[in-house]
Design a protein around this ligand. Structure first.
Ligand code: ADP
Ligand code: MG
Length: 392
């Protein structure tokens, strides 16, 4: 192998560049699942079915009922830096409403696997006129009424073929990392890889209770949420009955500093712009579910926090939740939480590295206080923590 010093400086070839870039986005099967599920959510799916084999190292399949991709757009979907989500940097600065926007996920997944995308667009994507979905492109020659598919194998893009399928998109990834032996060595056992897949998908299922999310491993169902919009029902599906029945509702808004939280906060009229609820508030709402102090685990992993709908791993938020229990927890035990924090979009940074789930708040202390207060009050309302009770 070439030595680090003295060797001539050479441009890397396209293939090598592609593989290095792929390693950045596609670390392990769970990172592929994350990208594909985000695409399905961005495509307005109401059902997302994930099936993996061999912990995801053999095969990953994500099926959605979203808007779909027109046949002539399939080659674009797998092209480098190609996205339908932003047009220029201004779009990015004015705030992206989608989970993805870099246009590199499908491209990089295609570089490290055998990738097949089968899709059929929703009819309304073409408006009322029954337009030719191939856009007159004769090379496509397929009918969007039935669907089409494209395959990328180790970076080689094949031609679009007709393929009968329901409305929506199915992405299949096989032999992940088969052509990057160096990365294959870093993969852990199938059980460990599946554990990562399960954790990732659990967060999306909890963050999107209005979407029916299901996971299957080696043909066996791991969980399936109803997609009925009810957070408790999603918690029941992923964590089981014992945890679900121990969960208590959290609902906090800045205006509730004066008035005690009513039964249902549908009374708050967005139009009236009540004092204290305007854009100046660093935190607009904290809501979700937290567990009874006796329903705990020895890991912080079940403290799920979402900022503006996006899962974040934040020690600030997790500590705020734990502190709210004020000594009610046993040593090294942590509660379950599914907590949504809503803050003004411009006060958090979304332009983070694709793999990162950390976050930085402009008003960190205010966010922390709001979360602690919200959880504290919820526990208090349920008579679980006595105000001013001695700690320990
Ligand atoms: P990004 O999500 O950053 O735009 P991707 O490489 O993940 O980049 O996807 C490229 C494009 O392919 C997307 O912008 C979108 O137009 C299309 N696409 C990908 N997955 C789906 C899907 N499940 N349903 C509909 N369109 C999709
Ligand atoms: Mg994407």
């Amino acid at each position: 192998p070439p030595s680090g010093s003295g060797a001539a400086i050479r441009r890397l070839d396209e293939r090598t560049i592609q593989q290095i870039a792929a390693g950045e986005v596609v670390e392990r099967p769970a990172s592929i699942v994350k990208e594909l599920v985000e695409n399905a959510l961005d495509a307005d799916a109401s059902r997302i079915a994930v099936a993996v084999t061999g912990g995801g190292t053999e095969r990953i399949r994500v099926r959605d009922d979203g808007v779909g991709i027109p046949p002539n757009q399939l080659p674009e979907a797998v092209a480098e830096h190609a996205t339908s989500k932003i047009g220029d940097i201004d779009d990015l600065e004015s705030g992206v409403g989608t989970l993805g926007f870099r246009g590199e996920a499908l491209y990089t997944i295609g570089a490290v696997s055998r990738l097949t995308i089968r899709s059929r667009p929703r009819p309304e994507a073409y408006g009322d006129s029954k337009e030719d979905p191939s856009d007159g492109d004769p090379s496509v020659g397929v009918d969007a009424d039935s669907g089409a598919e494209i395959t990328v194998e180790g970076g080689e893009v094949e031609e679009v073929r007709p393929a009968g399928c329901p409305v929506g998109t199915t992405v299949e990834v096989e032999d992940v990392f088969y052509n990057t032996p160096a990365r294959e060595k870093f993969l852990k056992t199938d059980a460990t890889e599946f554990d990562h897949v399960n954790r990732v998908l659990t967060q999306y299922a909890l963050a999107n209770p209005d979407v029916a999310v299901s996971l299957e491993h080696d043909g066996r169902e791991t969980f399936a949420t109803e997609g009925n919009g009810d957070l408790e029902s999603a918690v029941l599906a992923v964590y089981g009955r014992d945890v679900a029945t121990s969960m208590r509702q959290v609902e906090w808004r800045p205006t509730e500093n004066e008035t005690k939280a009513g039964s249902e906060s549908g009374a708050i009229d967005e139009e009236t712009n009540a004092p204290g609820a305007d854009d100046g508030d660093p935190v607009r709402r904290v809501h979700g579910l937290v567990s009874h102090p006796e329903t705990t685990r020895a890991s912080r992993e079940y403290l799920s926090t979402f900022v503006n709908g996006r899962y974040v791993r934040s020690s600030t938020l997790r500590n705020a939740v734990v502190d709210a229990y004020g000594g009610q927890l046993s040593a090294d035990r942590y509660p379950f939480a599914v907590l949504f924090v809503e803050v003004p979009a411009e006060t958090v940074d979304v332009n983070v590295h694709p793999r990162k789930t950390e976050i930085r708040f402009d008003a960190e202390a205010a966010v922390r206080d709001a979360v602690e207060t919200a959880v504290e009050r919820a526990l208090l309302d349920h008579g679980l923590v006595r105000s001013g009770a001695p700690r320990g």
